[in-house]
Design a protein around this ligand. Structure first.
Ligand code: ADP
Ligand code: ADP
Length: 217
């Protein structure tokens, strides 16, 4: 089976004279974790932005669980994808309220479980996240963002996880725990992980390169 199928994906940003992506082909099986690597400017963020439903493809096709991107509205598409960006946007509310955004209405135990799996077992769900200058540390903010995405997978109906440098800013011990927890999740969850870190690449099943050649395999 195939969870995600990308065929001949092309993206040209409005006003740009060269495509950001040209002819990307990619298949991800259910449960497979794929590391996405490549040179800066090669199109990794653009690929993720298409899969997150933020950038429309200029050509080619994207299917998730057999459903084509162009046949659903973007809000519906986004519910099927869980993602964590480099700097997770956390509204100034409690840790638990931020995690709950991943799947509104999910029970408290599920929020706690998502935090534990994200390597944030020591974080109090009732604590205020604060703003970027005071409150949670960068590493803690990332783990709250990760927990929000994990809740979207466990209780929000998402089946694809998209991560951008998920362990940046974590010490090697926490990195190991977070990676192990991610891999121990639902065996049908597929993931695309943009990373430069060897430990993260090693935790994935295979690696694809975006940007060196014009086609990903
Ligand atoms: P990477 O994530 O691998 O560094 P990007 O996807 O950010 O690559 O960039 C691919 C190409 O698209 C680059 O030439 C970059 O300048 C361009 N690009 C990225 N985002 C935008 C944007 N929002 N508008 C216009 N051009 C962009
Ligand atoms: P909005 O449409 O304003 O993004 P949402 O309810 O979709 O509102 O999102 C609420 C919060 O959840 C936002 O802070 C956003 O960062 C986060 N979020 C939205 N979509 C996703 C997603 N697919 N995966 C993980 N987090 C998401």
């Amino acid at each position: 089976g195939v969870a995600l199928r990308v065929r001949d994906l092309q993206v040209t940003y409005p006003g740009a004279d060269a495509p950001a992506l040209r002819g990307v082909d990619l298949e991800v099986a259910p449960g497979e974790f794929v590391a996405v690597v490549g040179p800066s400017g090669g199109g990794k963020s653009t690929l993720l932005a298409v899969l997150m439903g933020f950038v429309p493809p200029s050509g080619g096709s994207v299917l998730l669980g057999g459903v084509p991107l162009k046949h659903v509205d973007l809000a519906a598409w986004r519910r099927r994808v869980a993602w964590v960006g480099q700097t997770p946007g956390l509204p100034e509310r409690t840790v638990g309220a931020n995690v709950a955004l991943g799947a509104p209405g999910a029970p408290q135990e599920a929020i706690r479980a998502a935090l534990d799996r994200a390597g944030a077992a020591d974080l109090d769900a009732g604590r205020e996240v604060g703003d970027e200058s005071e409150g949670l540390s960068d590493g803690e903010r990332r783990r709250v963002g990760l927990a929000r995405a994990l809740l979207r997978l466990s209780h929000g109906g998402a089946s694809l996880l998209i991560l951008d440098e998920p362990t940046a800013g974590l010490d090697p011990d926490t990195e190991r725990r977070v990676l192990a927890a991610l891999r121990a999740g639902d065996p049908t969850t597929s993931a695309l992980v943009v990373t430069h870190r060897p430990a993260v690449v090693a935790a994935c099943d295979r690696t694809v390169t975006v940007g060196l050649m014009e086609t990903v395999r």
